[in-house]
Ligand binder design. Structure first.
Ligand SMILES: Cc1cc2nc3c(=O)[nH]c(=O)nc-3n(C[C@H](O)[C@H](O)[C@H](O)COP(=O)(O)O)c2cc1C
Length: 184
């Protein structure tokens, strides 16, 4: 795929997943395959209802709260499933903190979203839990669960993943599904 246009669609409550999505968009364009091909990527909030039909590939991710993706990301996935299934899609869930990562479980939505969108991959990316950004109820939950605090985001691993996605798109190692009107 030459000059691929990649949408990084994200849902974030306290900004950490937005920063991951913005870094991913930059890393996609600046990766070796991205530079070679003139890849263009942009990070847009799912709340702004981006149109996947305008993009060659989509990376879709959400912060995870109480085991679930945020509603706007789930609504985007379901509402745009038809368009998303016609192009290469990768998913990420951002949440766990610390080493070993807490919580260790896959988000509840991962299996259903994988079945719905047939993504090329799903990554669980470490997140950030900053007490000063949380509301009263969130603080109570975090305290009750004795959740670890801090910024566990792994920017080097993110860059590496971006390189893999860009290479897969540019070098065609990803099989792009054919639409109903394609074919001989
Ligand atoms: C009340 C609350 C519940 C959370 N539940 C989960 C969870 O079930 N699984 C998880 O991986 N992370 C959980 N987290 C951690 C967040 O997903 C993490 O802080 C994430 O980086 C926040 O992203 P955001 O800043 O984009 O909203 C929870 C955080 C809070 C405050």
């Amino acid at each position: 795929m030459s000059r691929p246009r990649v949408l990084v669609a994200y849902a974030s409550r306290h900004g950490s997943t937005r920063e991951l999505a913005e870094a991913l968009a930059r890393d996609l364009a600046e990766s070796p395959a991205g530079r070679r091909s003139g890849l263009f990527a942009a990070a847009l909030a799912t709340e702004s209802h981006p149109d996947p039909a305008r993009w060659d590939a989509v990376v879709l991710g959400s912060a995870v709260y109480a085991g679930r993706w945020l509603p706007s990301a789930r609504e985007f996935a379901v509402g745009s499933a038809g368009e998303l299934r016609r192009r290469p899609v990768w998913l990420f869930s951002s949440g766990p903190i610390g080493d070993p990562p807490y919580p260790p479980d896959e988000p509840q939505d991962a299996a259903a979203l994988t079945a719905l969108l047939a993504p090329r991959g799903h990554r669980v990316l470490p997140g950030r839990l900053d007490r000063s950004l949380l509301g009263f109820a969130e603080r109570a939950v975090v305290t009750a669960m004795r959740a670890p605090l801090g910024d566990s985001r792994d920017w080097a691993a993110l860059r590496e993943w971006a390189g893999e996605i860009a290479a897969a798109l540019v070098e065609g190692s990803v099989a792009v599904p054919l639409g109903p009107s394609s074919g001989p």
